[in-house]
Design a binder for this molecule. Structure first.
Ligand SMILES: NC(=O)c1ccc[n+]([C@@H]2O[C@H](COP(=O)([O-])OP(=O)(O)OC[C@H]3O[C@@H](n4cnc5c(N)ncnc54)[C@H](OP(=O)(O)O)[C@@H]3O)[C@@H](O)[C@H]2O)c1
Length: 344
């Protein structure tokens, strides 16, 4: 029997991707769609300006959107995927968890809380058991798990692949697609023929979330990794796919071939949305590129290439699809991990 799920913030850019991934998903059945008061009471077809690259499913278009509050969601829904603005998520996600719902969330609120697991399943699936601590401390029947920021998800798997060499310092510069800002985030007059070297709070997210993801969970508490990370974030006029330039200094010597092998051999998982090959490594120095490589592994893979030795350690580029692997797909994968680990 499929688990009944809901989407909080279902009408937005990430909410639509969630519906695109969940509607055909054999383990999940969409049973609730929520959004703001201005959408509540409308059919989903009326409330959402559908913009993803597949037709809106008929049964979803006819569902009624409700307000984002626990009373509006049926009791037999077990799992909620949240793609709310973070200020709204901060207010309402805990109320759903108190009411017994398990929430797999994209929003940035609570990502760095000590008792909230921040998870990329291939990197730190064991952090999910922090939910036992969370339930003890908060007295929740439900639970809250987060996926990281879209640009964090792009480079952390490549760091995890290199961790055996002893990570010391990481510098990362991002070239981020406009969809990462949501539909109303960046106007065409701002971004066409341009690049914007500022994305509010983004650098801090890469610098802190990466250390939490690479940290150690001992069954009671989480210690963040000590790797030093410095980030610089830029918005560029691509639609989807965040490209990042990374420099990594390690304790042990790290050659180009060692790095490529470690990335190629870094394992994927057996979860339903896992890509067969988690990190695709290109030998061609001008790949990966957003338009050509963002849909590798149905948008769930990470791509890396351009490896070279530099003055500041090993240099390479990496890429992922920001609204699939970096947002909706990341939440769905965490939902699959919750199911596999008996949290639903
Ligand atoms: N876009 C990305 O690539 C990306 C990547 C990673 C994480 N995220 C995070 O995911 C979240 C959603 O991003 P997005 O790009 O999908 O945003 P978005 O397109 O602006 O969508 C926001 C959604 O939240 C709903 N909402 C807004 N205010 C609300 C309120 N007061 N109460 C209840 N619902 C409300 C909206 O409903 P209405 O339609 O009714 O207004 C809509 O469904 C954000 O926290 C963002 O930081 C985004």
């Amino acid at each position: 029997m499929a688990v009944r799920v809901g989407v909080l913030g279902a009408t937005g850019a990430v909410g639509q991707r969630l519906i695109q991934l969940l509607e055909p998903h054999p383990e999940f059945e969409i049973a609730a769609l929520t959004a703001s008061e201005s959408s509540a009471g409308k059919t989903y077809g009326q409330a959402a300006k559908w913009r993803v690259n597949s037709p809106i499913p008929d049964d979803i278009a006819e569902m009624t959107v409700t307000a984002t509050e626990p009373e509006a969601v049926p009791d037999d829904v077990d799992l909620l995927f949240s793609s709310l603005p973070s200020s709204v998520g901060a207010e309402v996600e805990p109320t759903f968890c108190e009411d017994g719902y398990v929430v797999s969330s994209n929003s940035s609120n609570s990502r760095m809380a000590d008792d909230v697991p921040l998870v990329i399943p291939e990197v730190n699936a064991e952090h999910l058991d922090l939910l036992e601590v969370q339930r003890d401390e908060r007295g929740w029947d439900g639970a809250l798990v987060k996926n990281p920021n879209c640009s964090t998800i792009t480079f952390v798997p490549t760091l995890a692949a290199l961790a055996e060499f002893g990570l010391e310092t990481v510098h990362v510069a991002t070239l981020q697609a406009v969809s990462g800002a949501g539909y109303d985030g960046v106007t065409s007059m701002e971004i066409i023929d341009n690049a914007i070297p500022y994305i509010g709070s983004e650098e801090d997210k890469l610098e802190t979330e990466s250390r939490k993801l690479l940290g150690e969970f001992d069954g009671a508490s989480l210690t963040h990794d000590e790797v030093e990370v410095a980030a610089s974030c830029n918005r560029i006029p691509t639609i989807d796919g965040h490209l990042e330039n990374v420099w990594v200094e390690t304790e042990d010597p790290l050659s180009v071939e060692d790095a490529k092998t470690a990335m190629r051999e870094y394992p994927s998982l057996d979860l339903r949305s896992s890509p067969d090959q988690f990190i695709h490594v290109f030998d061609d120095p001008d790949r990966p590129q957003p338009r050509m490589d963002r849909t590798l592994g149905d948008g769930m893979a990470i791509a890396a290439g351009g490896h070279r030795e530099s003055t500041f350690g090993l240099q390479y580029n990496c890429l992922s699809h920001n609204t699939i692997r970096g947002a909706a797909g990341a939440s769905v994968l965490n939902g699959e991990l919750l199911l596999e680990n008996g949290y639903l």
